[in-house]
Write a protein that binds this ligand. Structure first.
Ligand code: SF4
Ligand code: SF4
Ligand code: SF4
Length: 334
């Protein structure tokens, strides 16, 4: 399905405004110096940010909200369009799908959230300091798990159709406004931009070990490095909750027959405490190491998808100023 369509940004915004009648639309808006997904309305359509690296929240928060009554079977009043998703987050959906859409047990709440979403991916035209997706084999433009890809070049929006859902949406946009077929030169410009960003990522992160090598390094490491790097950890759990691929949760019974799934994080004290009071992760450095073992050693033994997409959010969110990549480089250079 190698099909591009284009339209002016002005016409695109007109189309989005009309689509608001049938969809909830979420897209990145400025949030201080950062950006995050917000529900778009007529007033904010013109403020959407295009082709900047990742929003503060990962895509997973749409499929696994921080708190959700999982036996709520009510249908949403409208489908939703999620716009501006970076490639790292789209790839992160692979491991979520492996876990929550497992062959033996499909999680109905996750499936509903996933099925009701139209995913519009975004090429990254710039980089943030800690972006390192290519180290783990993910390119800085969408290649999987999306319905459309969007690129804004000068004042033109280019859409690449990637699924039947995407084709249907483009048809709806085509009923609102005139769409064009981009020229070969215009398509080449998009491809050249992609190549330049990918090369820059490779250059910046050329010394980082790849996913498999990282797992081997972690698996064969002694306690010292974990004690050293966990010295400033305050067990806030931000690194796990903001990670697009961390999936742990608690299930709480609430009055009114509610079953609430609440995101959990292995960095919280007591995460592994059991009924008799034993806690294998009581010591901070062991809890700290657990997240790395889970991502780079245990998950690769069980699942096909990578459990780290190189988005860099855990580094940016860490109150203790801990960089996993510095830790990996130290292990690598030992
Ligand atoms: S890690 Fe890669 S895909 Fe993700 S935001 Fe950065 S450049 Fe884009
Ligand atoms: S471990 Fe860090 S870099 Fe890797 S996916 Fe999670 S937040 Fe992103
Ligand atoms: S974000 Fe940093 S301080 Fe908070 S739990 Fe993770 S490693 Fe520790």
């Amino acid at each position: 399905m190698d099909t591009y369509r284009s339209l002016s940004k002005q016409e695109w915004e007109k189309a989005l405004t009309q689509l608001l009648n049938h969809y909830h639309i979420y897209a990145p808006l400025a949030w201080g110096e950062n950006q995050d997904y917000e529900r778009i309305d007529e007033d904010s359509v013109a403020d959407i940010i295009y082709n900047r690296p990742k929003p503060a929240s990962p895509l997973k928060t749409f499929f696994l909200p921080v708190k959700e009554n999982v036996i709520n079977t009510e249908k949403s009043d409208k489908k939703r369009i999620i716009l501006g998703i970076p490639s790292c987050d789209l790839s992160g959906a692979n491991i979520l799908d492996e876990i929550y859409l497992d062959d033996v047990f499909v999680d109905p709440a996750y499936k509903k959230n996933r099925d009701e979403s139209i995913l519009i991916g975004s090429d990254c035209h710039t980089l943030q300091e800690h972006c390192h997706c290519t180290t783990y084999g993910i390119r800085p433009y969408p290649e999987e798990n999306h319905d459309l890809t969007l690129s804004l070049v000068e004042d033109t929006i280019f859409m690449h159709i990637n699924s039947d859902k995407g084709e249907q949406l483009v048809r709806e946009i085509g009923n609102i406004t005139q769409l064009s077929e981009p020229t070969e030169n215009e398509i080449q410009e998009i491809l050249d931009k992609r190549k330049a960003v990918e090369e820059e990522l490779n250059r910046r992160n050329r010394d980082l070990p790849n996913y498999n090598a990282t797992g081997d390094l972690i698996n064969s490491s002694g306690d010292e490095i974990w004690k050293k790097y966990s010295e400033t950890c305050v067990s806030c759990g931000a690194c796990a909750t903001i990670c697009p691929t961390c999936t742990c949760f608690l299930l709480l019974e609430r009055p009114g027959f509610e079953k609430v799934r609440h995101l959990d994080a292995c960095q919280y004290p007591g995460f592994e405490k059991v009924a008799a009071g034993e806690d294998p992760l009581k010591e901070l450095y062991k809890r700290f190491r657990n997240r790395y073992m889970c991502k780079y050693v245990w998950k690769p033994e069980k699942f096909e998808s990578t459990a780290c997409t190189g988005c860099g959010r855990c580094i940016e969110a860490c109150i203790g100023n801990i960089s996993k990549n510095e830790l990996f480089m130290e292990l690598y250079n030992k």
